[in-house]
Design a protein around this ligand. Structure first.
Ligand code: SAH
Length: 339
């Protein structure tokens, strides 16, 4: 069956026209979909024949809720969704002072193989369809009864390894005739696929960009993140500068502190030298320990020292509050545990 949540507004109009309906039926359908309706029978203003025609061919929600984990401490909820082909993906709902955020996956698995990450342990299965990403947002809203104000693409997968579908997902969320979520409230995170960053800068200058940096030198970064062997740091930083110049938006550098690996004052100094003067911000993340990797987290005290060191060099940094630590917050952990 085909997924309605893959379709744009115009494509739904065409769908209506091809079914012998007036175009505005497509608009009505689109509006129902983005009100979160998953049952054609609840779409009260659509003609019976149109609905009957669609029921055989189209499905609305492609995800099956397999598991929910709720943090006892901070309102974080983690969802494991099953896909039609037996794969599973994770999405995380988080409450912040400034609103609700959902972290969505872009692929089932990942082929980037970062050494500290659980997502890549079993390799890439496949990229998600736009509708499967849309469904994570709409289904999390349905399950929590809350409205999502921000979307971060920081779940499993590399968004720029599934560029077309991610691009369509962003446009669907942004369409003012449906979900109407501002581009400024969406953040895409990449491990550093430079052609993707350049394309994204052109296509989505209003969407926020985060870079998973995690190391301040090519030598260390290539060890932690194989992607760096193809796309080196200087070129990555250049692509980020192009983004900030074109968009006037600051780029976020994600840096997970791994004890004894990337967390010394020397690393902080190298990092400051690398990005000093850029319109940017460093987000220091406590490493979520994944047993398979053997790395441990640097600890809160070290994170604060690292942050102060960066700030003394004129680089703004924050340490991320660790949400959902009690429910296996790291990417891919739930998916891995479910197998
Ligand atoms: N592939 C994209 C999107 C994933 S985002 C990217 O790399 O940016 C998920 C973020 O969590 C990335 O910054 C990733 O490097 C980080 N991450 C992965 N494993 C982690 C772990 N065990 N602890 C903390 N952060 C981790």
């Amino acid at each position: 069956m085909k997924e309605l949540r893959n379709l744009t507004f115009e494509e739904m109009e065409t769908l209506a026209a091809e079914a012998g309906q007036k175009k505005f039926r497509g608009r009505q359908l689109y509006e129902w979909i983005y009100k979160g309706k998953t049952d054609f029978r609840e779409m009260k203003n659509l003609p019976e024949v149109f609905i009957r025609g669609m029921e055989d061919e189209w499905r609305i929600d492609s995800l099956e809720l397999l598991r929910i984990q709720k943090s006892k401490t901070d309102g974080t909820q983690k969802f494991l969704f099953g896909l039609g082909d037996g794969e599973a993906v994770e999405s995380v709902f988080m409450k912040y002072k400034y609103g609700n955020s959902v972290c969505v996956s872009s692929q089932a698995g990942c082929r980037m193989n970062c050494s500290f990450c659980a997502s890549g342990i079993r390799g890439l299965k496949r990229g998600l369809s736009p509708g499967e990403i849309v469904s994570q947002v709409l289904d999390v809203e349905r399950e929590t009864g809350e409205t999502v104000n921000h979307i971060v693409m920081m779940g499993t997968g590399e968004p720029f390894d599934n560029y077309e579908n991610v691009a369509r997902f962003i446009r669907l969320m942004n369409d003012r005739r449906g979900r109407n979520l501002s581009m400024r409230r969406i953040t895409v995170s990449t491990c550093g696929l430079i052609p993707g960053i350049r394309r994204f800068t052109e296509d989505f200058p209003q969407v926020n960009l985060a870079i998973s940096l995690h190391a301040p030198s090519d030598e260390l970064r290539s060890r932690l993140m194989p992607v760096n062997r193809s796309y080196h740091l200087d070129e990555l930083i250049r692509a980020c500068r192009e983004y900030t110049e074109k968009t006037k938006r600051r780029v976020t550098f994600e840096y997970a502190l791994i004890r004894g690996i990337n967390d010394s004052d020397r690393h902080a100094e190298q990092l400051a030298n690398l990005i000093k003067g850029m319109l940017c911000h460093v987000n220091l993340i406590p490493l979520n320990q994944v047993d398979e990797t053997g790395y441990t987290t640097a600890g809160r005290g070290r994170a604060l020292e690292f942050m102060r060191y960066l700030e003394s060099c004129g680089v703004t940094a924050t340490t991320r509050r660790q949400l959902g630590a009690d429910i296996g917050g790291a990417c891919g952990q739930l998916r891995l545990a479910a197998r």
